[in-house]
Design a protein around this ligand. Structure first.
Ligand code: NAP
Ligand code: MG
Length: 402
């Protein structure tokens, strides 16, 4: 078979620990034999971030702006223990945070659904994708403990010095207060990313807040989404045969539990934090979750939702066998390759991505899987493979499909 040609490079962001080991295996076994892989390589491994004073992370985000599509391996976000372990010059910021801030993107997380790994909610036949707004609200709040009787107010002082005041509460005893904010710009970017991703993936978009109670704050989110939808996306949604639907957050929760899945659920920051954990654990495994950062300008960065699987890496270093699940990392590659294929009009490349995903699912459905899945599968007597054996089994399926 002739290798599939690419025209534009993918931005390749390598990472750390066990996922870095898997990264190479995936490329060697599942990509390089079939695709004339064109990438612009950035090493976001912690050592290189430290050596370049994190410039490599910034460079990789700029490259994503240039080419449009990136694929990222999981990376260590340093903490005190990592400072000593890697002898770091500084406690470098989370690469994901840096990249997200530079691309102004929204993260969409979706489970990979496969027969044999059944969701806890029986009706969920298709994945539910969570889009979490990643700015403001309670995550940028200012709080105060109120010691006793007194008046608390919200005060806005305009640049010309004029003031607007709203009473929060006339305290007669001790209590607490909190000031939250958000920005129209940020909500608009969030809305554009959500509408774009819904069109891209041809899925309905749900958005929910508590606007009946929060008549100005949450209502602003609802209004901005509706205005942007009506102005920029309504016709395209109709043409694509998908819908945008707004409802109250409590109604959304009730509907989600009864749904069959197959839609995107856009959430405010806190709702997204909580609901994405609920959705991912109900679907089975963090090792079967993909994640894509979508910018309002149409840049995409694909990755696995899990971390660098540190515990497995230490076993690997000791020469012990590991059984680490590579599916989410493989799906990061297929997501990126498919998108590159779409943008460059290389349908062969997109088809290859589909087939590689199919090969992963078939491997698991045939009973061959890593230990994390073997523990939760409904398939009887699964064959537990090690990290490399699992990737080789996928290669066999892939070769058969191709
Ligand atoms: P983790 O890498 O997600 O792993 C936590 C545990 O979940 C593992 O020990 C393992 O359980 C299980 N697990 C996760 N992914 C798996 C896979 N692919 N196959 C099999 N089991 C899997 O989280 P962590 O160990 O807490 O964090 C390690 C590093 O990752 C940290 O330095 C953190 O900063 C970083 N991190 C990066 C990202 C990112 O780049 N997007 C996200 C999160 C965390 P068992 O040990 O029980 O087998
Ligand atoms: Mg959380």
């Amino acid at each position: 078979m002739e290798k599939i040609k690419m025209t534009t490079p993918l931005v390749e962001m390598d990472g750390d620990e066990m996922t870095r080991i898997l990264w190479k295996m995936i490329k060697d076994e599942l990509l390089l034999p079939f695709v004339d892989l064109k990438t612009e390589y950035y090493d976001l491994g912690l050592e290189e971030r430290n050596r370049t004073n994190d410039q490599v992370t910034i460079d990789s985000a700029n490259a994503t702006k240039k080419y449009g599509v990136a694929v990222k391996c999981a990376t260590i976000t340093p903490n005190a223990a990592r400072m000593t372990e890697y002898n770091l010059k500084e406690m470098w910021k989370s690469p994901n945070g840096t990249i997200r801030a530079m691309l102004d993107g929204t993260v969409f997380r979706a489970p990979i659904v496969v027969k044999g790994i059944e969701p806890n909610v029986k009706t969920w036949a298709k994945p539910i994708t969570i889009a979490r707004h990643a700015y403001g609200d309670v995550y940028k709040a200012t709080e105060m403990k109120i010691p006793g009787a007194g008046k608390a107010e919200l005060v806005y002082t305009a640049e010309d010095g004029t003031e607007v005041r709203e009473l929060i509460h006339n305290f007669t005893g001790a209590g607490v207060i909190q000031g939250q904010h958000n920005l129209d710009d940020s909500i608009e970017s969030f809305a554009h990313s959500c509408f774009k991703y819904a069109l891209d993936t041809k899925q309905d978009l749900w958005f929910a807040t508590k606007d009946t109670i929060s008549k100005k704050y949450d209502h602003t989110f609802k209004d901005i989404f509706q205005e942007i939808f009506d102005a920029d996306y309504k016709d395209e949604f109709e043409k694509t045969g998908i819908t945008y639907f707004y409802t109250l957050i409590d109604d959304a929760v009730a509907r989600v539990m009864k749904s069959e899945g197959g839609f995107i659920w856009a959430c405010k920051n806190y709702d997204g934090d909580v609901m994405s954990d609920m959705i991912s654990s109900a679907f089975g495994s963090l090792a079967m979750m993909t994640s894509v950062l979508v910018s309002p300008n149409g840049y995409y960065e694909y990755e696995a939702a899990h971390g660098t699987v540190q515990r497995h890496y230490y076993k690997h270093l000791k020469g012990e066998e590991t059984s680490t699940n590579s599916v989410a990392t493989i799906f990061a590659w297929t997501g990126a390759l498919r998108k590159r294929g779409e943008l460059d009009g290389i349908s062969e490349l997109s088809r290859f991505a589909d087939k590689l995903e199919e090969a992963c699912l078939k491997t698991i459905e045939s009973g061959k899987m890593t230990k994390d899945l073997a523990l939760i599968t409904t398939i009887e007597n699964p064959t537990v493979l090690n990290s490399e054996g699992f990737i080789k089994a996928i290669r066999e399926e892939l070769t058969a499909i191709l």
